[in-house]
Design a protein around this ligand. Structure first.
Ligand code: HEC
Ligand code: HEC
Ligand code: HEC
Ligand code: HEC
Ligand code: HEC
Length: 208
């Protein structure tokens, strides 16, 4: 089964179109918390090495990274049914949402206030990796407020904006990890920085 799973992972990653629509997730009050399906980043981004941006396709193109639609899940889970009974039960729920053509009502965890301007695109394109702000998600079994690496406070944003980040060829220099693969970039540590870049401290950059 493990073998079959990995083959499927490779196939689907090759063939599934990246033009899938992501769905917005719902914000919720801190405290009450269960996701509709026990989704594990360890299984997907960790063990099976599915790249972050295979599922969060909007990270480099837009403000939001987006949560993948059930179509993305079904691409694999039409075939991958799970090994243990517990896995099979949870995967059956995924198939159920697909059969009913319902959106999986994921609850949104990371949520900065509307009066703050934040865009993934700018940060990803300059070369930051997901780990920079989210930690190593491939080790997070279940995302919750407790696993959130950063408070997403103004101090979190501003202190990084004040740092001088070494750059190489106009991008943040390594050692960084490939956002797409969550694996270290070969030789990243040996790249020689040729300048540096900072974010802005101007109030109007983040508060328009
Ligand atoms: C197989 C698809 C898939 C892959 C691969 C994946 N994710 Fe996710 N991710 C999801 C789903 C589904 C959710 C919503 C459910 C949840 O919170 O567990 C989510 C939630 C998240 C959240 C929290 C969203 C919120 O509401 O605040 C972050 C942050 C995140 N992923 C980052 C990553 C990073 C970084 C990687 C790569 C290391 C990654 N993801 C790989 C599917 C995926
Ligand atoms: C690229 C292929 C792929 C995609 C896309 C994918 N999965 Fe999986 N999923 C797997 C594999 C492989 C397993 C492990 C199966 C096994 O060990 O038998 C798995 C296991 C699971 C399990 C069982 C619990 C566990 O962690 O082992 C659940 C639940 C699950 N996936 C939900 C989802 C959801 C929800 C999505 C969409 C957001 C999704 N999967 C997208 C490949 C994928
Ligand atoms: C510079 C910091 C930073 C980096 C780098 C970053 N994120 Fe985020 N991420 C955030 C913040 C801040 C939020 C909350 C955004 C909001 O509420 O509007 C967030 C929210 C999310 C969410 C929840 C849904 C959404 O889009 O609001 C997901 C999923 C996510 N990030 C995935 C990723 C992935 C995948 C990467 C790497 C490709 C990544 N992030 C890189 C800061 C970052
Ligand atoms: C890991 C470091 C880091 C973190 C954390 C970070 N930023 Fe940035 N941010 C930067 C850098 C560096 C730039 C400059 C990128 C460029 O010039 O292309 C930038 C650019 C921006 C821009 C674009 C500025 C412009 O000139 O248009 C905005 C807006 C922004 N950040 C908001 C935020 C907010 C809001 C947060 C917190 C939720 C945040 N950033 C967290 C490093 C960071
Ligand atoms: C790099 C982005 C960034 C910059 C620059 C920035 N802020 Fe903020 N600011 C934030 C974020 C993110 C929050 C939301 C914090 C939270 O929800 O805890 C915030 C919150 C605030 C709040 C509300 C505080 C509260 O407790 O509710 C005020 C007022 C504020 N900022 C004023 C300013 C002023 C004045 C400046 C210029 C000196 C400034 N900010 C510069 C990101 C920024």
């Amino acid at each position: 089964m493990k073998r079959q799973g990995q083959n499927i992972v490779r196939k689907v990653m090759l063939f599934l179109s990246a033009a899938m629509l992501a769905v917005p997730s719902m914000a919720l009050a801190e405290g009450d918390f269960t996701q509709p399906i026990k989704f594990s980043h360890v299984t997907h981004a960790g063990k099976n090495e599915v790249p972050c941006e295979f599922c969060h396709i909007y990270a480099r193109r837009s403000i939001n990274s987006g949560i993948p639609p059930v179509r993305t899940c079904f691409g694999c889970h039409s075939v991958v049914k799970g090994t243990t009974e517990a896995q099979q039960q949870e995967i059956a729920k995924v198939v159920g949402y697909w059969d009913r053509q319902e959106v999986i009502p994921w609850k949104k965890i990371h949520d900065i206030p509307d009066f703050v301007e934040f865009s993934h695109k700018r940060h990803i394109q300059i070369g930051f990796d997901c780990t920079q702000c989210h930690g190593d998600m491939s080790k997070v079994e279940e995302v919750s407020f407790a696993t959130m690496k950063q408070p997403l406070s103004m101090g979190f944003c501003v202190s990084c904006h004040m740092e001088k980040h070494p750059t190489a060829n106009g991008k943040i220099a390594g050692p960084v990890r490939k956002t797409r693969g969550a694996l270290p970039i070969d030789n990243a540590a040996s790249v020689q920085p040729d300048g540096n870049i900072s974010g802005s401290k101007d109030c109007f950059i983040c508060h328009k």
